[in-house]
Design a protein around this ligand. Structure first.
Ligand code: 5GP
Length: 235
């Protein structure tokens, strides 16, 4: 196996099969486009297992994903895709950058899921873009964006309902999609790194905001999400 790519939170390796890659989830944590750095003990295991759990649930509900199977605590086998350089953010509640940008308090429920797009570029800090930018720059076709939007809303519906049964509010999340043999499928990860999870009863944050905002209890929050979803514990 050859290391093809190392990102902030994951390493990607080739496999014997040209259509398949291995993803290894790391404990390294970054925030604010790499300005804040640290380690979240066992984060890689939590994010691998939580992502696998969500990908399976989504496949059962008709959403095509890159997930094939878990290989170990930190590793999963995935379909090799060409990543669409558009990050898709779905917001059910105000938080984070939208609260800052629009001067909103956090925790306001939107009347419908608000979708935003960012251009996937570390150098530029993932700037927000719209459908016209995506079309003008040729980042994705109109047909691909229609599929992506529909899948993002379906992911939101499936995960929001599922998580509410675990007493978790899905405030917002970020998705990435990839092209696989002419089809767009869900790729990357779905984890406490890429979602805002709030405890339904206490509104306690159970996600990367604990790291971003120095709230403490970071490992415990990641572990709590894994425990509520799979019953497992890494602490
Ligand atoms: P915000 O735009 O408020 O910073 O993020 C909205 C949601 O998308 C949050 O759940 C956040 O975790 C996720 N998100 C947006 N951009 C990124 C990114 O570049 N990396 C990660 N890990 N998550 C992101």
């Amino acid at each position: 196996m050859e290391l093809l790519y190392e990102g902030k939170a994951k390493k990607v390796y080739s496999t014997d099969n040209p259509d398949e890659l291995m993803v290894e989830y790391k404990d390294d944590a970054t925030a604010f486009n790499g300005v804040k750095r640290g380690t979240i003990v066992s984060k890689g295991i939590v994010n691998n297992k939580v992502s696998a759990h969500f990908f399976k649930l989504l496949e059962e509900n008709g959403v095509a994903t890159h997930f094939i199977r878990l290989l170990s605590g930190r590793e999963m086998l995935v379909k090799r895709v060409e990543i669409v350089p558009v990050e898709v953010i779905v917001r059910n509640y105000s938080a984070g950058s939208i609260a800052k940008r629009l001067g909103l308090d956090e925790g306001i429920k939107f009347p419908f899921p608000v979708i935003e797009y960012s251009y996937k570029s570390d150098e530029l800090g993932d700037p927000m873009i719209n459908d016209d930018h995506i079309r003008a720059l040729g980042l994705a076709t109109d047909a691909e964006m229609a599929a992506i939007r529909g899948m993002a809303l379906k992911v939101n519906e499936v995960l929001s309902n599922y998580l509410l049964h675990k007493d978790i509010i899905l405030a917002d999340f970020k998705l990435e999609f990839g092209r696989y043999h002419g089809e767009v499928i869900l790729a990357d990860e779905i984890s406490p790194d890429t979602c805002r999870f709030w405890d339904k009863n206490t509104m306690e944050k159970l996600d990367k905001d604990r790291f971003r905002r120095d709230l403490g209890g970071v490992e415990e929050a990641y572990n709590e999400i894994l425990k509520r979803l799979t019953g497992e514990s890494v602490l």
